[in-house]
Ligand binder design. Structure first.
Ligand code: SF4
Length: 357
């Protein structure tokens, strides 16, 4: 099958099988001239980095309800946006999201630029996201290669070189296939194919629009591809997390440094983390050890934080962080690691405050 015929077959399939997504303009509307809002495309692409479509849907709707335009988002307070992002993880993305919105308003008059090169200069936008926005929002002929597309290309051309080494070769194949006609729909179609038909396990080759001429299907190797280099085991790091509550219910929180993991997020004070960290409580108190551990996995390591609890007087003066009144404390705005700590700590603290602990 020629590349042009292949692209046409996929677009035909997409016309009836496109997934519905709150940020997407489907093929029928697009054919009638409806264009996606670049703000929606950008917001969804940033949210989708490292996060599943299912997880992103609600966050996307909530953000649009609260900040319907990029100008509204640019004018938001940092803390509000970080709070609304809580749970999506990878908080550097949320900080860059705000920075990017502000640059778009300050330097581009509130309109996203259409060119890949200019998009790349915006905070938080790398080559993949720039390509996705240029293709989906502005219908430019950009090659967009995510994990789904890599898998489909590895199978279509029966590439056995393991990832990530195979990236360049798979990108070349993807680029050759990208059509000049409807490149925005095509970018979304190939992602949909990977997500719904050419799935990691048990690809549904029998109903695939690319089954004719798919090299892995002919060779019977589809389920073995793509090959991947074996992953190095993630190291485990240890530390302490300190949950202190005043008798009036106020909770001790500390804002993390801007740079680094959970940068700029509010959370409970922690010690340094490593192989054998020292305790580093944020105030002098009768710290209890409830023998509980908060476990969380980041991209490059597993973290285990031993929980420490304290009820302190209303006059307690912390060396780090500050007390947040009970009425203003919203556990839902905490990053996931800290919410896990709160969920472990809350019942014990409530018991102690009511005199049962
Ligand atoms: Fe994937 Fe099978 Fe389609 Fe080939 S025929 S692209 S392996 S679903």
């Amino acid at each position: 099958m020629r590349d042009a015929d292949r692209a046409a077959a996929l677009l035909n399939w997409y016309d009836t099988h496109a997934r519905e997504m709150p940020w997407r303009v489907g093929p029928a509307a697009r054919a009638e001239g409806v264009r996606p809002d670049p703000y929606h495309v950008w917001l969804s692409e940033i949210m989708l980095q490292q996060t599943t479509v299912a997880a992103v849907r609600e966050y996307f709707r909530a953000f649009l309800t609260r900040w319907p335009t990029v100008a509204a988002l640019a004018a938001a307070k940092d803390g509000e946006v970080m709070g609304a992002w809580a749970g999506l993880g990878y908080y550097a993305r949320a900080r860059n999201l705000l920075k990017c919105a502000r640059v778009v308003v300050a330097e581009h008059g509130g309109t996203f630029p259409a060119s890949h090169a200019t998009l790349l200069k915006l905070p938080g936008i790398g080559p993949y996201t720039a390509g996705a926005i240029a293709a989906i929002a502005f219908d430019q002929r950009e090659t967009v290669v995510d994990g789904n597309v890599e898998r489909v290309m590895a199978r279509l051309y029966d590439v056995h070189t393991p990832l990530p080494r195979a990236k360049a070769e798979l990108t070349e194949h993807a680029a050759a296939l990208t059509p000049a006609v409807r490149p925005g729909d095509y970018a979304q179609a190939v992602m949909d194919l990977g997500a719904t038909i050419c799935t990691p396990r048990n690809p549904a080759c029998g109903i695939c629009p690319w089954q004719a001429g798919c090299a892995a299907r002919l060779a019977g190797t589809a389920s073995d591809l793509p090959k991947k280099e074996p992953k190095a085991a993630k190291p485990v790091r240890f530390g302490y997390v300190y949950v202190a509550m005043r008798r009036d219910g106020a909770v001790l929180l500390e804002r993390r440094p801007e740079k680094g993991l959970l940068g700029g997020m509010l959370g409970f004070p922690v010690s340094a983390w490593g192989e054998a960290p020292a305790e580093d409580p944020p105030l002098a108190a009768d710290w209890r050890n409830p023998n509980a551990e908060v476990r969380h996995t980041f991209t490059h390591f597993h973290l285990r934080l031993a929980l420490r609890l304290a009820i302190v007087s209303n006059k307690a003066k912390p060396a780090r962080g500050s007390f947040v009144a009970r009425a203003e404390f919203r556990p839902a705005d905490l990053p996931t690691l800290m919410r896990k700590a709160y969920d472990l700590a809350a019942p014990a603290l409530a018991g102690e405050l009511s005199g049962n602990g």
